[in-house]
Design a protein around this ligand. Structure first.
Ligand code: NAP
Length: 251
């Protein structure tokens, strides 16, 4: 099978001049993606709920001489459409456009038998993993249309394609994410905006450790080892790629 994204060789100009918003940019894969995008010349907007973590990413980018990022402190659990519309207005005023969005932030919830999923926990997983993406996309569509080529990347999981026992709310949220991406990709197929999903595969982060506490993390790829697909989907090389769900670590 042909997987050009896996062999994509990025360089310091791969994303030059692009403005890219990353959710959950303070830790795990989102942190790595933010630093990698900045190293490829992008100005990154770091959205997350823990300000100290976002400030550390900001400092790391400046230390490596990347373009100065900006920080959006926001807990997606309580954010409303008005919050996202305000953010969109600020991005437009500051940068005049938005070339990329990486929807990365998610919560795992509790892995348990379906009948034991608490309604409150189900709602929180759906709020962060699905509703916030819906609201943010609605708010951002008017400004992403201003770029001549915008890439919107959602983050899926293997349990978003094939359901798995005990992964209830999280798996359902990832099926919804794939569905949102496909719906948008079809609706905007004749436009300058492309929508795709990325499946990182098992990656050494806090979320993975929570899901598989007995696993030896050194057997997993680090976030920096899966970045080829992340840069590929944001770069102009992937113009024309729309409605795909790409694996960073195909079997
Ligand atoms: P992670 O280490 O848990 O990082 C998740 C990030 O999302 C954190 O920065 C977290 O902020 C942020 N976040 C969570 N809830 C938020 C909220 N309410 N508002 C704002 N930000 C919030 O997870 P990860 O492993 O890097 O996962 C990244 C993406 O890849 C997720 O979509 C996940 O489902 C997907 N994925 C991961 C794996 C894997 O093996 N790691 C496999 C398949 C798919 P704080 O740091 O403040 O908590």
């Amino acid at each position: 099978m042909n997987h050009p994204h896996l062999f994509f060789q990025s360089h310091e100009q791969s994303l030059a001049g692009k403005i890219i918003l990353i959710t959950g940019a303070g830790d795990g894969i989102g942190k790595e993606a933010a630093i990698t995008y900045a190293n490829c010349g992008a100005t990154v907007i770091l959205l997350g709920r823990t300000v100290k973590k976002l400030e550390d990413v900001y400092d790391a980018i400046l230390a490596s001489k990347g373009p100065e990022p900006s920080i959006v402190p926001l807990d997606m659990t309580g954010a409303t459409l008005q919050h996202y519309e305000g953010m969109a207005e600020t991005i437009l005023a500051e940068y005049g456009k938005l070339d990329g969005v990486l929807f990365n932030a998610s919560v795992l919830g509790n892995l348990c038998p379906f009948g034991q999923i608490k309604e409150k926990e189900f709602n929180e997983v759906m709020q962060v993993n699905v509703r916030s993406q819906f609201l943010m996309t609605k708010a951002l569509l008017p400004i992403v249309k201003k770029s001549d080529a915008t890439s919107v990347v959602f983050t899926t999981s293997s349990v978003g394609r094939q359901g798995r026992a005990f992964w209830g709310a999280y798996a359902i949220s990832k099926f919804a994410t794939e569905g949102m991406m496909q719906t948008l990709a079809d609706e905007y197929k004749n436009s300058s905006i492309r929508f795709n999903c990325i499946n990182p595969g098992g990656t050494r982060t806090n979320m993975r450790a929570k899901a598989f506490p007995a696993e030896d993390p050194t057997t997993l790829k680090t976030a920096s080892q899966i970045m080829a697909t992340y840069v590929y989907l944001m770069s102009d090389v992937s113009r024309g790629v729309n409605g795909e769900s790409l694996d960073c670590q195909p079997k």
